[in-house]
Design a protein around this ligand. Structure first.
Ligand code: CO
Length: 134
């Protein structure tokens, strides 16, 4: 089921500062900020060749990363995103195995314009997992 690692996501309190650090200090290629109101975040992607780093900043009230940043005020690793060939088949297989799919269980369109789902971190050793249709 599990395909390649699409990205590692870091929640950051100040996206402009994080972009400057990756672009200027680390010399990385960083995309322009993209607001995703449906997900309550603004994102950029850092291209690192074998995968991407997603930098996330809260957007709007009740952002799903607000509580994470309250606990980790300087930021931190928020989730891993793996690609799957068929997101609905993957969801059904995972649910049958007892894994909890967050939200209403239906994929939303993610930052790459493809369907995504999130799996409960308590079912995967403390790590939030995003699945993206490849
Ligand atoms: Co992500």
């Amino acid at each position: 089921m599990l395909g390649r690692l699409n990205h590692v996501a870091l929640a950051v309190p100040d996206l402009a500062a994080a972009v400057a650090a990756y672009r200027n200090t680390l010399g990385a290629e960083v995309t322009e900020p993209q607001a995703l109101p449906e997900h309550g975040v603004t994102v950029v992607f850092v291209n690192v060749g074998n995968t991407k780093i997603e930098l996330l900043e809260p957007l709007g009230e009740g952002s799903p990363i607000a509580a994470f940043l309250a606990k980790n005020p300087s930021g931190g690793m928020h989730h891993l995103c793996y690609e799957v060939d068929d997101i609905l088949a993957a969801r059904d297989q995972l649910k049958a195995a007892g894994a909890r799919v967050l939200g209403d269980g239906n994929p939303k369109i993610g930052a790459h314009g493809k369907p995504v789902l999130f799996l409960h971190p308590k079912d995967f050793f403390g790590t939030l997992i995003e699945l993206e249709q490849s």
